[in-house]
Write a protein of this length. Structure first.
Length: 134
């Protein structure tokens, strides 16, 4: 077990990892339930943007619910995880920065018309050695 590592990832590298990827899971609270949904996202600057349909994510934005976006990678002998925590904010189309580059091949077939911004209050990540790696 002496070859296992568990180290923090810097805030800057967390943002770099978020920017380099486009698929994650969003956790949010609505009243007394916690929801976790897979989604496509894009990063511009220090903001995360999500396309969505009318529904629970927009309601979470309207209620200023706490949210967390998590991405991770398991590369066999090592893994990492990044979590951005904050609140969602619904955007009107003119508010979307021109630098936002949503995935060319979204994970979901149907493109959503609404856009929310995850305004991150905190971001953190960890690197791990995986069990059984030599």
């Amino acid at each position: 077990m002496d070859n296992k590592t568990d180290t923090a990832i810097s805030v800057e590298e967390c943002w770099d990892l978020l920017e380099a990827h486009s698929f994650g899971r969003l956790a949010y609270r609505l009243v007394d339930e916690v929801h976790v949904v897979p989604l496509d996202y894009a990063v511009a600057g220090r903001s995360v943007y999500v396309r969505t349909h009318a529904g629970n994510k927009l309601l979470a934005a309207a209620l200023s619910s706490d949210v967390a976006l998590e991405i991770d990678c398991d590369a066999g002998d090592h893994a990492w995880s990044v979590v951005a925590r904050g609140r969602l904010r619904r955007l009107d189309p003119p508010e979307l920065p021109p630098a936002v580059d949503f995935p060319q091949r979204p994970w979901f077939d149907e493109l959503a018309s609404e856009i929310v911004e995850l305004v991150a209050d905190a971001i953190a990540g960890r690197r791990f050695g995986t069990v059984g790696a030599s």
